[in-house]
Write a protein that binds this ligand. Structure first.
Ligand code: CP
Ligand code: NVA
Length: 306
């Protein structure tokens, strides 16, 4: 049987996704109580990073070690993948040695190509299209602070980027209403919007989007790989800065999330991460717990002693 992957939120059933985030809550509790839990002893995760990372790298590497396994960091600069070896060949070889592969890349098709030729689970650690691991952490964070997100209203403010596309998938899978406020020409991809139907609405007015919302989320205006557009985007996105006044228009128990890294003074006001409604640090921590649950779900448990 071919391995199961995690390239998108749509790869799992809603029940499986809820199961993973609930397990993330349990693993967090085990860790907080100092319980050693090492089901992945002897297992190895390869991590291919074509783009920079703090949270994704540290959470996956730490997570594997805490689960009893190990992680190998690979940059294209140092592997043959960076010198033109076909992705399919890299996948065939690596997946005969390691037990899972996490990839952060540009084109989403690279992930699909790798997964197609991999014997072991492949995890999307961010592509130009999607960032599903971040959504596991976001959904765990909402669950911990407010309970089920089903039937709630979420506002996505800013760029219709990889994070926004993953919020659209989460809206479908976790059954919430998503309002996206973005400048003209920066909408999320049509393929994701089509998938969501009337679960997602688009507006040009961020204040309209946040009215009564239970969760507000945003991200940088210039994603990795778009650096040349930074100046143009900075001017265009100005009306989409999330600030305390915007949060005041939302539900009284609104939460604010940002996947980080944040640019204070750009997509968020300088003080927003200090607002009590912001749960960005819990959200960042939950990358560790949610992904440990994902690894436990995907990777076969420890070898038996000889
Ligand atoms: N949110 C997130 O993926 O952060 P990194 O780019 O630091 O991994
Ligand atoms: N949209 C951002 C997310 C970083 C975690 C990017 O792709 O750079």
């Amino acid at each position: 049987m071919s391995a199961r992957h995690f390239l998108s939120m749509m790869d799992y059933t809603p029940a499986e996704l809820v199961g993973v985030i609930r397990r993330g809550v349990e693993l967090k509790d085990l860790r907080n109580r100092g319980v050693l839990f090492e089901p992945l002893r002897g297992r190895i995760l390869a991590m291919i990073f074509e783009k920079s990372s703090t949270r994704t790298r540290v959470s996956f590497e730490t997570g594997m070690i805490q689960l009893g396994g190990q992680a190998i960091f690979l940059s294209p600069r140092d592997t043959q993948l960076g010198r033109g070896e076909p992705i399919a060949d890299g996948a065939r070889v690596m997946s005969r040695m390691v037990d899972a592969v996490m990839i952060r890349t540009f084109a989403h098709s690279n992930l699909i190509e790798f997964a197609t030729h991999s014997r072991v689970p492949v995890i999307n650690g961010l592509s130009d299209d999607l960032h599903p691991c971040q959504l596991l952490a976001d959904m765990q964070t909402f669950l911990e602070h407010r309970g089920s997100i089903q039937g709630k209203t979420v506002a996505w403010i800013g760029d219709g980027n990889n994070m926004c596309n993953s919020y659209i998938e989460a809206a479908i899978q976790f059954d919430f209403q998503l309002r996206v406020a973005c400048p003209e020409g920066y909408e999320p991809s049509a393929q994701f919007l089509a998938l969501a139907g009337d679960r997602v609405t688009l507006t040009r007015d961020p204040y309209e989007a946040v009215e009564g919302a239970h969760l507000i989320s945003t991200d940088v205006w210039t994603s990795m790989g778009q650096e040349e557009e930074a100046a143009k985007r900075l001017a265009l996105f100005k009306p989409f800065q999330v600030n305390r006044e915007m949060l005041d228009r939302a539900a009284t128990d609104v939460l604010f999330m940002h996947c980080l890294p944040a640019h204070r003074g750009e997509e968020i006001s300088v003080d927003l991460l200090d607002d009590p409604r912001s749960v960005a640090w819990d959200q960042a921590e939950n990358r560790l717990h949610a992904q440990k649950a994902l690894l436990e779900f995907l990777v076969a448990p420890a070898y038996t002693p000889a």
